[in-house]
Design a protein around this ligand. Sequence first.
Ligand code: SF4
Length: 347
Amino acid sequence: MPRRVLVTRSAREWDHGRGILARVAAAGADIVELPGDRLSLNLPDDPRRAYAEAKATLAVVVAPPSKRRLQPIAPSADWRVDLAEGCPAHCSYCYLAGSLKGPPITRVYANLDEILAGLPTYLGQGTITSRNAGRAHEGTTFEASCYTDPLALEPLTGSLSAAIAWFGRWQADAQLRFTSKFADVAPLLAISHGGRTRMRASLNPRLFARFEGGTSPVAARLAALRQMALAGYPVGLTIAPIIAAEGWEAAYATLIEDAATALNDVPALDLTVELITHRFTAGSKAVLDSWYPGSSLDMSNALRATKRTKFGTEKQVYDAPMMKALRGFFERQTADQLPRARILYWT
Ligand code: SF4
């Protein structure tokens, strides 16, 4: 629940923007209707207070054409589609620290109809999952969780429900994908989704819950995923980021057992697993250190190796022996505990 909601003039011209305004008004948020499209944030100078205020600020804006030109997003999907940018939670490893610039406010897009209307152009044009022999059957894939957690915002926006319903009506070989650390799936259960949306629960064991401030408890996320699977959605686990801190083996073993308990008896289960190890760049570490100065998340160079990205930048990943130990563990545990699951990728 944001403390302050800013709504631009252009956002108010869209039905969906006015719908969001009505929802946040009903929820009792403090609404500022801006005279134009410039966001004046007026954040305090103190970085801690500025962070807290930015995280409590929601802006309802129009996604410009540059944001509606889709980019490939390996290894998850052919294309990244953004319904929003930013997230109100407080994860001390948040990958958004490296990908979004500026104060961490959340922007939600009022021109959802325009965003969705642009998708058919990309049908059949994918080069990531569409060219992967094991995943081509998914059709053209669109990932909605790259720059936000869409389920976190759903009570205020309705954007995710609208997108799922849109894909449900779209009689095409296409799939919407989203992953979430939240659990309120009630509005999604009755949508005619046509099997064209895959929800994944983004998970870490309870041992690391202290790194995931403001998110739903892991047990609630698994219960939500079960409800989605029972409602006929294809589902998945995004185990991310995998953290090799003391006790990791027992903690992740329990997590995978819990997932098995939640899912293995679901009829016609379509379950995938995505395995993403913890990584950071010098830039994301600097931002996260400033946002979460007291965090005990290890971002030192211990157990780390430097990897060059295709963009020429460097990131810190676990070193080869640790990667090997982690990968072997997760592949064994998945095969043993979740025999119906397909691992989509390890990174
Ligand atoms: S839920 Fe995801 S997007 Fe939100 S703060 Fe946590 S890691 Fe970042």
